[in-house]
Structure formats: structure tokens, C-alpha cells
Design a protein around this ligand. Structure first.
Ligand code: SAM
Ligand code: DTB
Ligand code: SF4
Length: 361
């Protein structure tokens, strides 16, 4: 319910109502079925209650171990099962990773994400990834890793080293999942997310659209994410990057408005989470980016490469930010998960006016 519709409702009460973990598939599908303008208005209104609508968080991504992955994810250029011509690289040296982290910091990133093409980390790899986490934190950057499945013990070790976020995606709905990946189950993924939470780290989890799934599968993915015991703090929405040699190389284009709807529905269902406009930006024009930010996306991967595929040039992202009056989010305020951002905005107020200022705090 919006504050405008019920001015007597306190902000705190309305925010508690917004954060739900009991979404039915029908409810999610009903959001998707709204007229486009109604959906975007609802998403933008809720966005302003939790975030500065003119700030976007910027993360940099580095592949610390590339290719030769034993898993069979049908979208992935790094699976050893598909001939994608990718050059395999073993785990990078810690100092080389930190060099890249320094460069990311000086180019304005607030978070440094490291990805490895593993099913799960081997025990012998742990000392190296732990040294990377410690080094990145010493630079004053937030750290994020995506290394595949984790045991509780591995999650605890990473948390003890100071890892802020762990990325592990559900990828799609439980129903479509088996058409895309056969080497690990949906339940395996949920267990890893549980271990990450159990270790006290922040969760980054989202999925991919444009893999030939039905509309109901996109709703199913968001339903799974929002019905987790706690919402992921970060929700990457990836548009499939079609890579020659993978089984999904010839997948048809997804209607761009379906992609924008997915961002908007994610924003409404997980109001206090950062929704990341993730893979696939290279094929999106400026208008599409602007629409995604309007629908509630407030995080991007920044830099010319994702893990193995191209991403827009940093300059073009910054030029678009300037044209849209967007600034990069400078620092993450330490706050309990699902606590609304104290700099709090709503649709009824002038753009860019913090509620705290309006209320005289
Ligand atoms: N190997 C680890 C794992 O799968 O958990 C971590 C790295 S993996 C590349 C991280 C995520 O990137 C995947 O879960 C998937 O959502 C996304 N991804 C990989 N290839 C992609 C592609 N071609 N298009 C869009 N997203 C992709
Ligand atoms: C996520 O959801 N998207 C990022 C990140 N998590 C690690 C990865 C996208 C990878 C796109 C394909 C590639 O560059 O290899
Ligand atoms: Fe391996 Fe991750 Fe790619 Fe799947 S998505 S093949 S687990 S690197």
C-alpha cells in the first residue's frame, strides 16, 4: 500500500508491510501482468521509499580462475563441456588480484567481486582466496566472491577473513532449472545460500533471463528469491549473453520490456535490496539502461569485461550517469539486512530530497 493512498500509515509500518516472504506465484504473475506504466510507477514509488533514486552502486568484477569448469550450465562459456575457444587460466596470484583491485578502487568502484569457474573451492585453494579477501578489505573496498558451492566450514572461513558478500545465483525457476543445469541441483544452491547466511555474510543471489524460459519461470525465480528466509542484499538480474559453442548460443531474443518488467517486479518484491543490472548490458542501448534504472535497478558491474564476455566501457557508463543525473553510490552504510536505508525517499516528495531533511531530523 502506498503512503499516498493512506497518509495515516506510518512509514515504518508501511516498510514492514513491504518486506514479505510469502509471495504466491499468482501474485507475482499478477505484478508481471500489470500495464507497463502501472508496473513502473509502482516500482519507482517503492524504490524511492528505500533508496536515493539517483544513486547507483558500482561493482567491479574480476575472473580469478577462468574456464575448465566441470559443471554443465548451458549458458556458460566457462564449462569444459562446450567448445567456446576460451583461454583457460589457473587461479591468479594474490598480488595480481590486488593490483586489479587497486585499479578498480581508483576508477571509482566501491565493491570488488572475484569469480572462479569452480564447482566448489578445493581446500588447497582456500588460503589463496582468503588472502585475496583480506587484501581487498585492506584497500577499503567491499569484497564479494563467487566460487561455486560452499560447505558451512568454507563459508565460515571466508566470513572470518572478512568477506562481505557471496554471490551464488538460483539462475531460474525450480521447474526450468533441470533444462539448464544437470550437474548440481536447485537444493544444492539453496544449501549454499543457507551456509552463506549461517556464516553471517551478505547474500548476492539472482538469475538469468532470456534462456528460453516461460514467463512463469521468471516469476518463479523472483518468487524463490523473495521467499528466502531473508532477502538477498544484492539481486543480480542477468540477461543471457549468448556465447558461440554453448547450448544456448542460438536462443531467441527476449522482449526487452520483459527484461524491464523483471527488474520492476524484483524491485517491488525485494524493496530494500540492491537490484543489479548485470550481464547483457553490452547489448542494451542508453534508453534501455535508463528504463532499467527507472524500474529500480540500482547497481551495475562496471569495467570493460564481466568474467569472460564484454561489458560497456566505463566511460560510456559514466557519460550516461552524467546525462541522467545519476551518481555512483560512494559507500555502503553498514546496516542490518532489510533495514530501510536511513536516507529515505518517497514518490510524493521532490526528487533528490532526503526524507530525513524534509522531516527536520
Ligand atoms: N562458478 C561459479 C558458479 O556458477 O556458482 C561462479 C561463477 S558463475 C560464472 C556466476 C554466474 O554468472 C552464474 O550463476 C550465472 O548466473 C552468470 N552467468 C554465467 N554465464 C552467463 C551468461 N552467458 N549470460 C548471463 N549470465 C551468465
Ligand atoms: C552474476 O550474477 N553475474 C556476474 C557475476 N554474478 C559473477 C557474471 C556474469 C558472467 C557473464 C558471462 C561471462 O562474462 O563469462
Ligand atoms: Fe562453472 Fe559457474 Fe560456469 Fe556453471 S556458471 S559452468 S559452475 S563457471
Amino acid at each position: 500500500m502506498s503512503l499516498a493512498a493512506n497518509p495515516g500509515l506510518s512509514r515504518a509500518a508501511s516498510q514492514v508491510e513491504d518486506i514479505r516472504h510469502d509471495w504466491s506465484r499468482k501474485e507475482v504473475e499478477a505484478l508481471y501482468a500489470l500495464p507497463f506504466n502501472d508496473l513502473l510507477f509502482q516500482a519507482q514509488s517503492i524504490h524511492r521509499r528505500y533508496f536515493d533514486p539517483n544513486q547507483v552502486q558500482v561493482s567491479t568484477l574480476l575472473s580469478i580462475k577462468t574456464g575448465a569448469c566441470p559443471e554443465d550450465c548451458a549458458y556458460c562459456p566457462q564449462s569444459t563441456r562446450y567448445d567456446t575457444g576460451l583461454e583457460v587460466e589457473k587461479l591468479m596470484e594474490v598480488e595480481k588480484v590486488l593490483e586489479q583491485a587497486r585499479a578498480a578502487k581508483s576508477s571509482g568502484a566501491s565493491r570488488f567481486c572475484m569469480g572462479a569457474a569452480w564447482r566448489s573451492p578445493k581446500q588447497r585453494d582456500m588460503p589463496y582466496v582468503i588472502a585475496m579477501v583480506k587484501g581487498v578489505r585492506e584497500l577499503g573496498l567491499e569484497s564479494c566472491m563467487t566460487l561455486g558451492m560452499l560447505t558451512q566450514q568454507q563459508a565460515d572461513e571466508l566470513a572470518d577473513a572478512g568477506l562481505d558478500y557471496y554471490n551464488h545465483n538460483l539462475d531460474t525457476s525450480p521447474e526450468y532449472y533441470g533444462d539448464v543445469i544437470t550437474t548440481r541441483t536447485y537444493q544444492d544452491r539453496l544449501e549454499t545460500l543457507d551456509h552463506v547466511r549461517g556464516a553471517g555474510m551478505k547474500v548476492c543471489s539472482g538469475g538469468i533471463v532470456g534462456m528460453g524460459e516461460q514467463a512463469g519461470d521468471r516469476a518463479g525465480l523472483l518468487q524463490q528469491l523473495a521467499n528466502l528466509p531473508r532477502h538477498p542484499e544484492s539481486v543480480p538480474i542477468n540477461m543471457l549473453v549468448r556465447v558461440e559453442g554453448t547450448p544456448l548460443a542460438d536462443q531467441e531474443d527476449l522482449d526487452p520490456f520483459e527484461f524491464i518488467r523483471t527488474i520492476a517486479v524484483a524491485r517491488i518484491m525485494m524493496p530494500a535490496s540492491h537490484v543489479r543490472l548485470s550481464a547483457g548490458r553490452e547489448s542494451m542501448n542508453e534508453q534501455m539502461h535508463a528504463l532499467a534504472y527507472f524500474a529500480g535497478a540500482n547497481s551495475i558491474f562496471y569495467g570493460e569485461k564481466l568474467l569472460t564476455t564484454p561489458n560497456p566501457e566505463s566511460n560510456s557508463d559514466m557519460a550516461l550517469f552524467a546525462r541522467l543525473g545519476i551518481t555512483p553510490e560512494q559507500r555502503q552504510i553498514e546496516q542490518a539486512p532489510e533495514t530501510p536505508n536511513p536516507r529515505f525517499y518517497d514518490a510524493a516528495s521532490p526528487v533528490g530530497t532526503p526524507a530525513t531533511a524534509r522531516e527536520g531530523h
